[in-house]
Design a protein around this ligand. Structure first.
Ligand code: PLP
Length: 465
């Protein structure tokens, strides 16, 4: 702790000398008195006050350093306080801090052009939003306007955001308390080979049967009523589920056959997380709409958007698009986005992610799976991995029950606490530990973090029957 505080003070002189327990108490008091937090029972939480961040590390006011293996909410792709992003925001603030969306603006245009250049196929226009949920809302509205249909199909085990339509698209328990919501959504089962809903014994079978199931849902829901199918290109918070070969191609083909708009939600996996600008590029698939947010500028200023195919965009050539947001394409956010492109290209971020994923993370996680009986499966792509923990490797019974909380979730809480004590901030969801560090993490820090997880898994092993 002292060493971490000293390192921080060395870097920053006396700007934020740590520990600063008075500041810690002040931040806690204001937060507990007045900040209403997301997804939480307000009296049962104790948010950790954060003093500072740099690269892959952040510090609390006691001077404890945490290596961030969760990239905050899997958005901090270029790490904290990246000098290029900070400088771009400063420079833009000095030139023109804001301008409304119906006027043209240099950084907004440049960012849209750069996104169009790396998007697949004929996706070459961008509608900017403030984040991921509203990007999905707008994608759905575009699909409804173009098709004249209303219903949307989305996957169980998905997250699409916390606003009205986005939460109804969401296929996980976060939707439950918000129902009844948008009644024109139906859910389907996606591929998940380790817990196959289709009793598949190979990834080929999983693909084939998951597509047959989707076709059946389309038939039963009425193909002519379905505006869009939305799915995460790699499922994120619901388990880092990488689609088996052929699945996304099959979804594309099915959408074409039924005149359904294919929306790829890349809010979490776009902008380098899996080693490509967009995850669909890895699979060679061209959706009609791609939604993005998070990694586009590492969340330094809120930004999201929809990348739109020519076919869909041209529908609105002479028919007005009925939608907009005051801060759509905000110059500070777009300046940080343009800087993100420059850093990715100059520093070879995509290549780095592919290399670290294959050479460092995957072999180490596979070794953990061998060594720890609690590890049921490891899976992932690039710098986006899940370790799925089980109580019984033979039956695959999850280490904690689905949607567990409180005492039921104690084994996962114990693993997470061990990580934090060792200076690692983990991403824990149900019975999984995800590995999603900033894409700029040093190889030494990456290995150090994996060492911490390896040791913490001994605790999970203790629960194995
Ligand atoms: N879609 C996916 C796949 C996400 O992971 C998230 C956020 O985690 C969202 C949408 C919602 O994004 P936001 O929180 O920026 O509204």
């Amino acid at each position: 702790t002292d060493a971490a505080a000293a390192t921080y003070a060395d870097r920053h002189g006396t700007r934020h000398p740590l520990p600063d327990l008075d500041a810690d108490a002040r931040v806690r008091a204001d937060d507990r008195a007045h900040v209403f937090h997301s997804w939480s029972a307000q009296a049962l939480i104790d948010p950790l006050p954060i003093a500072a961040g740099e690269g892959s590390t952040f510090w609390d006011y006691a001077g404890n350093a945490y290596l961030d293996f969760s990239s905050q909410l899997v958005n901090l792709n270029l790490g904290h306080q990246h000098p290029d992003l900070v400088a771009a925001i400063h420079a833009q603030a000095g030139r023109l801090a804001t301008i409304q969306p119906s006027m043209a603006n240099d950084v907004r245009g440049e960012l849209a052009r750069r996104i169009a250049e790396v998007a697949p196929g004929d996706l070459d226009k961008v509608f900017f939003t403030n984040g991921g949920a509203d990007a999905n809302e707008y994608a759905v509205r575009m699909a409804r306007a173009v098709t004249g249909r209303r219903k949307v199909l989305s996957m169980y085990r998905s997250y699409h955001g916390g606003t009205a339509t986005a939460i109804s698209l969401t296929g996980d328990p976060r939707r439950w308390a918000n129902e009844p919501s948008d009644g024109s959504v139906a859910h389907f089962l996606g591929p998940y080979a380790y817990r196959s809903s289709f009793h598949a014994e190979s990834s080929e079978q999983e693909t084939e049967r998951a597509l047959a199931h989707l076709e059946q849902v389309v038939t039963l829901e009425g193909a002519g009523t379905i505006a869009a199918i939305i799915l995460e290109s790699v499922v994120g918070t619901n388990g880092v589920l990488v689609p088996p070969p052929g699945y996304l191609e099959g979804v594309r083909e099915l959408c074409d056959r039924h005149g359904i708009v294919y929306i790829a939600d890349e809010v979490m996996v776009g902008f380098g997380r899996v080693g490509e600008w967009f995850a669909v590029n890895h699979f060679g698939v061209v959706p009609d709409l791609i939604t993005f947010a998070k990694g586009v500028n590492s969340g330094y200023v809120p930004l999201g958007g929809v990348v739109i195919s020519q076919r869909i965009a041209s529908h609105f050539d002479t028919v007005a698009f009925q939608g907009g947001l005051t801060y759509s394409g905000h110059p500070l956010a777009c300046a940080a986005g343009v800087a993100t492109f420059e850093v990715f290209e100059r520093d070879g971020i995509l290549e780095r992610v592919r290399d670290l994923g294959v050479r460092v993370v995957e072999p180490r996680l596979r070794a953990m799976a061998e060594r720890h009986p609690s590890v049921g499966e490891v899976r992932g792509l690039g710098l986006f991995w899940a370790i799925e923990l089980v109580r019984d490797p033979a039956s695959r019974e999850p280490l904690v029950p689905f949607n567990a909380s409180g005492p039921d979730a104690a084994p996962m809480a114990a693993v997470a606490a061990a990580c934090k004590r060792a200076g690692l901030w983990p991403f824990v969801h149900f019975n999984r530990l995800h590995v999603a560090p900033p894409l700029v993490i040093s190889e030494d820090d990456l290995v150090r973090g994996l060492d911490v997880i390896d040791r913490a898994l001994d605790i999970a092993d203790g629960y194995v029957a």
